[in-house]
Design a protein around this ligand. Structure first.
Ligand code: HEC
Ligand code: HEC
Ligand code: HEC
Ligand code: HEC
Length: 456
């Protein structure tokens, strides 16, 4: 398919004509613009039959001007040796002209507009996408950036700037069946469901984008118009079966559960970070490394019901006098139970033997403090273990067993650094202590230094 070019009087058309000439005489020397997709091992350069809806225009122009890094770290044809490849470059006007020309003439009809709507893509969904990216081996062949450093196998295109490069509609269509675009090129088909594809695609579209604007459900109209009274009805139908009619944790389902359903009546859900409360209800206990017996309600409840039950929880459960959230002045100074019973199992010997490899320097202590008090996701340690580490955080009163009181020397002297490392990494099944899978080893050791300091 060689596009026809008509001479036209205005300046734009002159560009189009010039662009057509560039594509035909230069680009087509390496890239294929028509016909069926083929194995890369039969090509000189990536196929461009769909160039019209694959790229974001600003990226394409930067690429053609030579302002972007190469996409294939080992060269597109990694099977053929031959030093670092330098792509041909165009002037700014030429690049813009070629970009317009491609956008007009090389549109792939298989790519449907707005097949995936990311206007309501949340940060939590992006985290799921990041997990999928690793679980499904994507990192084995595509590089991303972590803490500024490139990681991943350099086999195929780099994806650390994917969010600035791809048109999301193309990316989505590609994900449905990569072999429709790059057959027999060493590509990989992931076994993903609808939701998984959305999370993965959405995640890729955040890569490289500064200050990506995530959707925040709790800023939505449903939340602004939420009614606690309607939420009480939702609670009665869906939550009380385990959490009890009054949130005492004594619903008919409770006796069979380990850990016990949270006792909302003794928690301060009013002051709990909104993202955590919403996500634990929407995605369930397992999504935060807690019990899968706490169901994920995202498919069952409508967005209004979620907003309403949230309003009900926040209006109703503000902590009880004996659970010492910050709202309860009397708690300041008072310390938690000591000595404390521990439900957590003993870590395997391999962990027990571990010693903190970091010095207890003030830099590490400060980093540990920031993590403990605020930064750890999905929920900061202080929300359960208390700001002072006395085991009296916002959620503490409603957890059975109660969170560890780090200020209790009697109990803490039996807990080795390695035991702590293991528990923070893996969680403590059957208790409210979740697994913090996103923490790096060094961050865990910083936390451990800080926890020891809380006990002094
Ligand atoms: C000498 C061969 C050659 C010529 C000529 C050439 N390209 Fe390329 N092009 C390549 C190779 C090889 C790559 C992969 C580069 C890499 O490793 O990042 C590439 C990559 C691209 C990409 C990104 C492809 C992707 O992965 O999605 C675009 C877009 C592109 N070229 C457009 C053009 C256009 C437009 C022209 C003409 C102005 C052109 N190229 C001319 C060889 C060529
Ligand atoms: C075994 C290696 C391998 C794995 C694993 C893999 N890919 Fe790929 N991927 C490829 C190859 C090969 C291509 C074709 C492009 C090329 O010639 O390198 C490709 C193409 C792509 C493209 C289109 C690139 C472009 O611009 O044309 C995207 C996007 C992509 N992969 C994403 C993923 C994601 C997401 C995963 C994980 C679910 C994944 N890949 C897993 C090897 C892999
Ligand atoms: C099948 C039983 C069951 C039902 C039904 C249930 N939950 Fe839970 N819920 C649990 C269990 C068990 C836990 C404790 C999880 C843990 O600590 O690992 C829990 C914990 C919680 C927590 C505290 C999370 C934390 O980090 O400690 C909240 C908030 C919560 N549920 C809200 C709800 C809401 C709202 C509903 C109704 C829409 C609901 N639950 C329905 C079993 C249930
Ligand atoms: C949702 C509430 C919750 C959060 C958030 C939480 N914990 Fe815990 N944690 C608990 C509970 C409950 C226990 C007590 C388990 C038991 O009885 O052995 C516990 C126990 C522990 C223990 C003692 C384990 C043992 O062997 O006795 C350590 C260490 C610990 N948590 C560290 C942390 C750190 C560090 C963080 C933040 C990264 C954190 N926890 C966040 C609830 C929580």
């Amino acid at each position: 398919m060689v596009p026809l070019v008509f001479p036209a009087p205005d300046a734009w058309a002159v560009d189009e004509k010039a662009a057509a000439r560039i594509v035909k005489t230069q680009c087509a020397g390496c890239h294929k613009f028509a016909g069926q997709p083929e194995s890369k091992f039969k090509l000189k350069a990536p196929d461009l039959m769909w160039a019209g809806n694959k790229y974001q225009r600003p990226w394409l122009i930067r690429w053609l001007r030579g302002d972007e890094e190469n996409l294939y770290p080992n060269g597109y044809r990694w099977d053929q040796s031959g030093g670092a490849f330098r792509h041909m470059t165009l002037s700014g006007t030429e690049a813009a002209g070629v970009a317009d020309y491609l956008e007009k003439h090389y549109v792939d009809p298989r790519v449907k507009k707005q097949a995936v709507d990311l206007s309501q893509f949340s940060e939590r969904e992006s985290q799921f996408g990041a997990e999928i990216f690793k679980q499904f081996s994507c990192l084995g062949c595509h590089q991303i950036r972590e803490d500024g450093k490139k990681t991943g196998g350099p086999i195929s295109v780099t994806l650390y700037d994917a969010g600035n490069r791809y048109n999301v509609d193309w990316l989505y269509r590609f994900a449905l069946n990569p072999q429709d675009f790059t057959p027999h090129s060493g590509e990989y088909l992931a076994d993903l469901t609808g939701r998984g594809v959305r999370h993965l695609i959405g995640y890729l579209m955040t890569l490289g984008v500064k200050n990506y604007k995530f959707y925040e459900p709790w800023e939505s109209g449903d939340f602004k118009n939420a009614q606690a009274q309607r939420g009480q009805e939702v609670y009665k139908v869906y939550c009380s079966q385990c959490h009890g009619a009054k949130g005492e944790g004594d619903g008919p389902g409770a006796p069979g559960l380990e850990p016990k359903p949270a006792v909302h009546a003794k928690m301060n859900l009013h002051d709990l970070p909104q993202d955590y409360l919403y996500n634990v209800i929407f995605y369930g206990g397992k999504s935060v490394g807690k019990s899968p017996m706490m169901p994920d309600w995202g498919l069952t409840l409508s967005s209004r019901q979620l907003a309403d039950v949230n309003a009900y929880l926040r209006a109703t459960f503000k902590g009880s006098p004996e659970s010492a959230g910050p709202r309860v002045a009397a708690s300041s100074g008072a310390s938690g139970v000591c000595p404390q019973k521990r439900k957590t199992k003993k870590a395997p010997a391999k962990f027990q033997r571990m010693k903190n490899p970091l010095p207890a320097s003030s830099a590490h202590l400060l980093a540990g403090e920031a993590l403990f008090q605020k930064k750890v996701k999905p929920l900061a340690c202080a929300q359960c273990h208390g700001k002072k580490g006395d085991g009296k955080g916002l959620l503490a009163g409603g957890l059975n067993p109660a969170p560890r009181n780090f200020t209790c020397a009697d109990t803490m002297k039996n807990i080795t650094d390695g035991q702590m490392f293991w528990v923070i990494k893996k969680g403590s099944p059957g208790t409210g202590m979740m697994a913090f899978k996103n923490l790096k080893d060094n961050q865990i050791w910083q936390l451990i230094h800080y926890i020891r300091k809380l006990g002094q």
